[in-house]
Design a binder for this molecule. Structure first.
Ligand SMILES: Cc1ncc(COP(=O)(O)O)c(C=O)c1O
Ligand SMILES: N[C@@H](CCOP(=O)(O)O)C(=O)O
Length: 469
């Protein structure tokens, strides 16, 4: 399996190299040159497999021998064996034919664990084999950061720097990051928003001279391995609901377009998915594109669903690449326009194609709270605000009541008490045992200005187990 850049100018890579890459050298994102496609019989034969075995079957063509099958199997078994629920990604029924897939039973209580606990182990395996040390710089609006730190904290060959927007993540999210100590773990609060943090990560890939030859690796979903691992749970859900003999619909709370892009790939790999719904909060650039062909930057507003407070949606470039017949030149031109002028529309036929692929809805904070309250009143279940946005979008955009609708439950509600309280849910939520002392732990974090040079200087100063590179 070879991976190519969405901007067409970077060298193609194999899986091991793509795992150790972030942005391609031409500024693009890596995608598989050819997507594997499974037959209906093959997919049907996976019904009832434990999660890690299903994961092996879905991901094996992407890894394609870069990691020996026996090692990959062991890594998958360890990764998903540490999830707190035996089903790993259980389905909970909300109403007739409406389900939430709970993706928050991993160690940091959000869907990011599915990919990042795996990524940490894959990096450890590959770096130990190569005898190489790397630096990771990641941007987070709250969940990627803690999952990445948890995934990498035991990696001997990694120094990890996580940038989060100062005072714009929930207290639980912040503490999940800042209370993990290690001389290879660094939390930086940036006086800016998530887009500023993400832009710093991308700029660091473009010019890595500050790293003095140390390789830079990505934990954000610009790293292909993140998307790959997220494809698996679409198969997992569908198989439990009668797939592939029966189609399933998904509603996906969306920010950086990674999770829903994984669903789009699952469909292209042969899984019958009848509908994919892009559910955004007030930061609705993706909804504005899907509904009106406008991919235009706007002011980023803090909301009750902070993890989706994202305007520049990284993985959208991967979809645009497909919509433009995989022309790297076309994508380079569009992205340059976006950078210079803040927006673009695509040709009518390409937009019509996008409309066939996705439905969308933008959900306000008020609607988010109403949905949390409504679901609690009817089922006794407490939704986190991101999942509530998915439920609201599913209820508004659903095309068929006969087709199972699965909403991706992307985080545990205990991470977002503000939204749950505002919704008037009077149920006390408890942190799981391994986090029960979270509020009494010491924190370690450096606040820095929204200034790329200051961040890069900090990384250079601490990038070798707390010592200068
Ligand atoms: C809880 C939660 N829900 C949804 C999302 C959106 O996922 P994506 O960025 O893959 O679209 C994120 C992060 O982005 C998140 O942390
Ligand atoms: N919501 C994310 C933002 C980063 O997205 P990623 O999927 O590209 O890592 C977060 O919680 O940090």
């Amino acid at each position: 399996m070879r991976y190519i850049s969405t901007r067409g100018q970077a060298p193609a890579l194999n899986f091991e190299d793509v795992l150790l890459a972030g942005l391609a050298s031409d500024g693009g994102l890596y995608v598989p040159e050819n997507l594997p496609r499974f037959t209906q019989e093959e997919i049907a034969s996976w019904a009832g497999l434990p999660y890690h075995e299903l994961a092996f079957r879905v991901m094996r063509p992407f890894v394609d021998g870069s990691i020996a099958d026996a090692d990959f199997k062991k890594i998958l078994e360890e990764t998903y064996g540490e999830f707190a629920h035996a089903a790993v990604a259980p389905l909970r029924q909300l109403a007739g034919n409406e389900w939430v897939m709970e993706l928050f039973h991993g160690p940091t209580l959000a869907f990011k664990d599915f990919a990042l606990q795996l990524l940490g182990r894959l990096l450890d395996h590959v770096l130990a084999k190569r005898g190489e040390r790397v630096v990771i710089i990641g941007a987070t609006s709250g969940d990627t950061g803690s999952a990445a730190i948890e995934g990498c904290r035991r990696c001997d060959n990694v120094d990890i720097f996580i940038l989060h927007p100062h005072q714009r993540v929930s207290e639980v999210q912040r503490r999940q990051m800042t209370t993990i100590f290690g001389d290879n773990i660094h939390n930086i609060a940036i006086e800016g928003n998530f887009d500023d943090c993400q832009e710093m990560v991308k700029a660091s890939f473009a010019d890595q001279s500050f790293l003095k030859g140390t390789r830079l690796v990505a934990v954000n979903s610009i790293n292909w391995a993140r998307i790959m691992a997220q494809i698996v749970y679409y198969f997992h859900a569908a198989l439990q609901l009668g797939g592939p003999a029966r189609s399933v619909a998904f509603s996906v709370p969306t920010g950086n377009f990674g999770d829903i892009f994984a669903g789009y790939l699952a469909r292209n790999m042969g899984l019958p998915i009848s509908q994919l719904i892009v559910a955004t909060n007030r930061n609705d650039i993706l909804h504005r594109f899907m509904s009106g062909n406008q991919y235009v930057k706007d002011t980023l507003h803090p909301t009750l669903s902070p993890s989706m407070d994202i305007m520049v949606s990284s993985n959208f470039e991967r979809l645009l690449f497909d919509l433009h017949g995989r022309s790297g030149a076309a994508i380079a031109e569009l992205m340059e326009r976006f950078k210079q002028g803040g927006g673009f529309s695509v040709e009518q036929d390409r937009w019509t194609e996008a409309r066939k692929l996705f439905d969308s809805l933008a959900v306000t904070d008020e609607q988010t709270c109403q949905t949390i309250a409504e679901v609690f009143a009817t089922t006794g279940e407490v939704l986190d605000p991101h999942t509530a946005i998915g439920v609201k979008a599913a209820r508004e955009c659903r095309r068929s009541l006969d087709t199972p609708m699965v909403v991706l439950g992307t985080a545990h509600p205990v991470k977002f008490p503000e939204a749950v309280e505002k919704a008037g849910v009077g149920k006390a939520l408890e942190l799981p045992a391994h986090l029960s002392d979270l509020f009494s732990r010491d924190e370690r974090c450096t606040v820095l200005a929204n200034d790329l040079k200051a961040v890069q200087a900090f990384v250079a100063q601490h990038g070798n187990r707390g010592k200068p590179l």
